[in-house]
Structures are given as C-alpha cells and as structure tokens.
Design a binder for this molecule. Structure first.
Ligand SMILES: [Zn+2]
Ligand SMILES: [Zn+2]
Length: 173
C-alpha cells in the first residue's frame, strides 16, 4: 500500500503545472496537480465558527480541478424550481420570488486560494466578510491589471478561487 501511494504521489508531481497570466506570462499559482473533478466542499459549520472568515478550501493545497458547469456572473432567472444558482452554492432568489441560475463561463480552473500568487482584489460584491462570485471576476493579475479570476471567500460560501480558462495558461514549472 505504501508503494502504491508513493507511485500515485509521483504521478501527481509529474503532471503538475503552474498557471500563468495569458496576457503577460506572470506566474499566478504554485505548481498544481490535477484532480479528476471538483470535490464537494468539506463540511463546515460556518454559523458556529468563533470568528467569521473563509471556510476550509474546497480544493486541497497543491491541486486544481476544472469546473464543468457554468459559474459566476451573469445570473439569470431560471424556470426550474429548486435549481442551484451555481455548483456548491444552493438555490438563490432575486428577492422577488424568482430563482436565479448562472450563465457564466464553463471550464474555470478551481484552486485553493492559498495557492494563488500575484493577484489583487479588484472589487467585492456585497457580502458580510469576503468576496462572492455573483458580480463577476474580482481578481486581477498584479503585474498587468487584467482580470483573470473569481474569488469566493465569504464565510457562508465554499472557499474557492476560479481562474477563467480564457485568461490563464498552464505551463510546466
Ligand atoms: Zn461572511
Ligand atoms: Zn498579467
């Protein structure tokens, strides 16, 4: 069993990439190895937390996964009752009884926010203590100013950083 785990670890390292800004080639992540899918976030009782702040990250350190569903802005009215607004976020109403659903891009690269490098927060849509994905991309490349990612870090939401697939490239470290 020990041997097998060692082999698996080596495979992960062999496939690791760093993501760089597509506009200016600045490195934006630590070396990351792929997961087959975005996992469910760790169970976390944010309402019982001693201090408000981000939940444990959905993605383990040193890993990334591709989100196959639409994510982030724009949000549009959905005809389907009970639908999740976007993966791992539950249902969301527009305040007038209409359910909202994401028409954002597919294919985001999801990472642990702690693995990001050289990003600046550009705006935060309304939240009690962190960033939400409901207003669109909110992370800019610090070197060139291009918006490249969406941070979700409010206490009651899954803690994830989503790089826009069209704004970054994976390269060998
Ligand atoms: Zn909060
Ligand atoms: Zn850049």
């Amino acid at each position: 069993m020990g041997d097998r785990q060692q082999t698996h670890q080596d495979d992960g390292d062999a496939e690791a990439v760093v993501f760089v800004c597509a506009a200016c080639d600045s490195v934006l992540t630590a070396p990351l190895a792929p997961l087959p899918a975005v996992p469910e976030p760790p169970y976390y009782e944010w309402w019982n937390a001693e201090h408000p702040g981000p939940s444990p990250a959905t993605i383990s350190a040193g890993r990334y996964a591709v989100e196959t569903e639409p994510y982030g802005a724009p949000l549009v009215v959905s005809a389907t009752p009970g639908v999740e607004v976007m993966p791992r976020h539950g249902p969301m109403s527009d305040g007038q009884g209409q359910m909202l659903v994401s028409r954002g891009p597919r294919g985001n690269i999801v990472v642990d926010p702690a693995d990001a490098r050289g990003l600046e927060l550009r705006h935060v849509s309304a939240a009690c203590c962190g960033a939400t994905p409901y207003g669109g991309m909110n992370q800019a490349c610090a070197a060139c100013g291009t918006l490249v990612a969406t941070l979700c870090s409010d206490c009651c939401l899954p803690h994830e950083l989503h790089f826009s697939a069209g704004h970054v490239r994976g390269v060998r470290p």
